[in-house]
Design a protein around this ligand. Structure first.
Ligand code: MYR
Length: 279
């Protein structure tokens, strides 16, 4: 029984790690005027943040279903099944695209998995799945483990300017609430697949400290944790934060990742996030 692992580009798993674990990637796109760029293939994160300095922010789009079908058909030559892990179905049609394509292809069983989050926290699911697939676990066993991961997976993030999320329609809140949030730096997270404010915090520093407290609460319960610091074109600031965290939490394994073009379009430059789960 051979199981392939697919995730979409918004997991932002570094290429070397994807190659090491044989994780297949399907890209989402950013659209500037009429030009479509598949992230990580036609446009890098660096090029994107450079481009948006002098251009209107683009729109984003899920992978075409035909691309899913092509990918699953090519995997069918080598694998019996595929676990296809995607960003939250509450903010993108990508997961549904994988489900639909899975119903169209023959010769491979497709297990679509809704991570209910995005960025490298979604990547955690792909890494866990890839490790188990390599050990020869069945897709059902892998899905069980992913559901287990979901119980301890957390993701918090903050943006410099909430208007991008508002413009893209990905903030699940009443208009009045958004109005009041624009005055503060809210800490955001996912509830029921949608982005909602976790707490209204007045400054970025306070928001970061709050996330550290939340990690301390969870990591304090014991067991090994894996965490990630994620940034939107703020590499130095994020690396500094990661070093502080590593000193404070010697038992947590920290990874480093970024918000690429698609998620960067909705969060804007300067966003920072952190996520973790119990290994
Ligand atoms: C699409 O066009 O289908 C993609 C829409 C992507 C919306 C992204 C919204 C922001 C997600 C932030 C995730 C942060 C996780 C730490």
């Amino acid at each position: 029984m051979k199981t392939a692992v697919v995730t979409d580009s918004t997991a932002y798993i570094p290429k070397e790690l994807r190659e090491k674990w044989n994780i297949h990637m399907i890209p989402l796109s950013v659209i500037f005027d009429t030009e479509t760029y598949r992230e990580d293939i036609d446009i890098t994160a660096e090029e994107f943040y450079e481009e948006v300095k002098h251009r209107e922010l683009p729109t984003t789009s899920m992978p075409p279903i035909g691309e899913f079908v092509k990918l699953f058909e090519s995997l069918a030559k080598e694998y019996d099944s595929v676990i296809s892990i995607h960003l939250s179905s509450g903010i993108s049609g990508t997961y549904q695209g994988a489900v639909s394509a899975g119903e169209m292809v023959e010769g491979i069983k497709v297990f679509a998995f809704d991570s209910e989050v995005s960025a490298m926290v979604q990547g955690f699911y792909a890494l866990e799945a890839a490790e188990l697939a390599e050990q020869g676990k069945t897709p059902e066993e892998i899905i069980d483990r992913l559901e287990e991961v979901k119980k301890t997976a957390r993701a918090y993030f903050m943006v410099d300017d909430l208007s991008h999320l508002q413009r893209g329609g990905r903030l699940s809140s009443a208009q009045a609430l958004i109005g009041s949030l624009l005055q503060v730096k809210p800490l955001l997270h996912f509830v029921d697949k949608m982005i909602v404010p976790f707490e209204k915090v007045r400054t970025k520093k306070k928001a970061l400290n709050r996330v550290v407290d939340l990690l301390a609460e969870d990591a304090g319960k014991g067991g090994g944790y894996r965490a990630v610091v994620i940034h939107a074109n703020r590499e130095n600031e994020a690396l500094e934060w990661k070093s502080e965290l590593e000193a404070q939490f010697p038992n947590v394994e920290f990874m480093f990742s970024y918000f690429g073009p698609v998620i960067g379009t909705h969060l804007g430059e300067g966003a920072l996030g952190m996520g973790w789960y119990k290994k």
